[in-house]
Design a protein around this ligand. Sequence first.
Ligand SMILES: *Cc1c(COP(=O)(O)O)cnc(C)c1O
Ligand code: SF4
Length: 315
Amino acid sequence: MSKSVTELCKILNLSKDEIDGVEDSAFPLKVPADFLQQIQPGNGNDPLLKQVLPLKDELKQGTGFSQDPVGDLLKNPTPSLIHKYQGRVLLIASPKCDIHCRYCFRRHFPYQEHSNQRHWQKAIETIAADSSIHEVILSGGDPMSLAENALLALIEQIEKIPHITTLRIHSRTPIVAPSKAPKTRLLTWAKQSRLNKVLVVHCNHKNELSDKTAELLTQYRNSGFHLLNQSVLLKGVNDSAATLQELSHALFEQGVLPYYLHQLDKVQGASHFEVSDSGALQIMQQLRAQLPGYLVPKLVREVAGEANKTPIIDL
Ligand SMILES: *Cc1c(COP(=O)(O)O)cnc(C)c1O
Ligand code: SF4
């Protein structure tokens, strides 16, 4: 639900000035009820609150922070389709999200031009004409913010393309708004589909997980989805080995394996979340010492023009 910062502060028993909150009309505060429930009242430093609260800091212009940090606008011959990597395409299935994450790398993306459902037909035709593509990734915005019928209609068209073997959905909805995530029709479809199914959720902190997410994720898993997680490394939210270790364990308890830990995309308005590469590498070293290998995410960054996510590694 959309709220003013003043309303949010009232619900959470906080003072707007103390937490440096501002109203932002361009990318307004948006926080779903499920996520709001997971925020601790009276704590201005709550790691979930920090992800949704517009701050005065966002007005800062960080060096190297821009409106299209990952070069998506250049790789976009068919509207709503982004084909940057070999063998897989990304389809922007919905312009909307249930939540507005302040660090979002797409907060300036011109969704309205790219994710309209009238572009789907052209996108499907483009995929059908290119047999080098075997995986379609539904992204956004958030594809699970679509009405379930629209989502299923899209998925069924993708399934009809013979050279597609894998459907991947990238979504933050199962974590931040489990009560609103698509269920009945998607689960029924998944149980009988010939496609490999991957759901990459997006969770940054263990406090985002609850009994509701556990129940939903179990249902997806039982209907054939492989469950992975990507996080963004965020200063003040999850930039410590202890926090990320807890996150990996909590995700695993809910049947999810860590996939990527992203270094922040340098998007204007998000510079206060930045963690240096050397800081990130130090955290990774501690994580590796504390976790089994399968619970350690890969630290990456998206670099415009590269053929894959770029690993950040110490040499
Ligand atoms: C991240 C991304 C993918 C998926 O990359 P994987 O490394 O397979 O997870 C595909 N296409 C685009 C445009 C992307 O940004
Ligand atoms: S859910 Fe994902 S795409 Fe949507 S605002 Fe958050 S980070 Fe951005």
